[in-house]
Design a protein. Structure first.
Length: 173
C-alpha cells in the first residue's frame, strides 16, 4: 500500500511543498529505492541470526510508523528522511518473510507459498492505488478548504496516516 500510494498523492505533495519534478522524482523513487536495496542486504543478514517473527513485527511497525509520519511531514527534507526510513523498514519484509516461508513449508509446497506471498506485492500496490484514491477524494470533497478539516489536515496527509495504521495493528498481531 505505502509504496504505490505516493504516485496518487504526488501532485498534491508537489503543490503543497512547491517541489520541482526532480525533488518529486527523488521522493518517489531514489529515496525509497536506494534505502530499500541497501537495508535489504543488511536485514537479510540480520534475519539469518535472529528471531525472524520478532524482527518482521518490529520492521512492520517501523515502516508503518514512517508511512503515518509521511502524512505529518512539513517539507521536502522531512519527507525525504521519512521515505528513506520507509524503504529501510520495508526492506526487512522480503528476506525475513522468505526465510519464514522456507521454515514453515515443505519443499513440495514452498514454491506455491512463495508465489502466494509474492502476489501480496501486487495486491498491495493495487489496493494502495484504489484505497489511496478513495481516501484522498473523499477527504478533499468533504473538506475542500483544509483550514476547516480536522486538525487542518489535507487529503494527502490523511491518506498516509490511514494507510499506515493497519500495519501497526498487524505487527502487534
Amino acid at each position: 500500500l505505502d509504496r504505490s500510494v505516493f504516485s496518487i498523492l504526488a501532485e498534491e505533495i508537489k503543490s503543497d511543498f512547491n517541489l520541482s519534478d526532480a525533488n518529486l522524482g527523488f521522493l518517489a523513487g531514489t529515496a525509497f529505492a536506494v534505502s530499500y536495496a541497501t537495508f535489504g542486504i543488511i536485514f537479510g543478514r540480520i534475519s539469518d541470526a535472529s528471531n525472524r517473527k520478532n524482527l518482521l513485527a518490529v520492521c512492520l511497525s517501523f515502516w508503518s510508523l514512517m508511512t503515518i509520519l509521511c502524512g505529518l511531514a512539513w517539507g521536502f527534507l522531512s519527507l525525504a528522511f521519512l521515505r528513506i526510513g520507509l524503504g529501510a523498514g520495508e526492506s526487512c519484509g522480503s528476506p525475513t518473510s522468505n526465510s519464514l516461508i522456507y521454515d514453515y513449508f515443505s519443499p513440495k509446497l514452498r514454491t506455491t507459498a512463495l508465489a502466494v506471498y509474492n502476489c501480496g506485492n501486487f495486491i498491495g500496490m493495487g489496493l494502495g492505488l484504489i484505497l489511496g484514491g478513495l481516501i484522498l477524494d473523499t477527504w478533499n470533497q468533504t473538506w475542500p478548504d483544509p483550514s476547516h478539516a480536522p486538525f487542518g489536515l489535507k487529503g494527502w496527509q490523511v491518506t498516509f496516516i490511514i494507510l499506515g495504521l493497519p500495519g501497526i495493528l498487524v505487527a502487534f498481531w
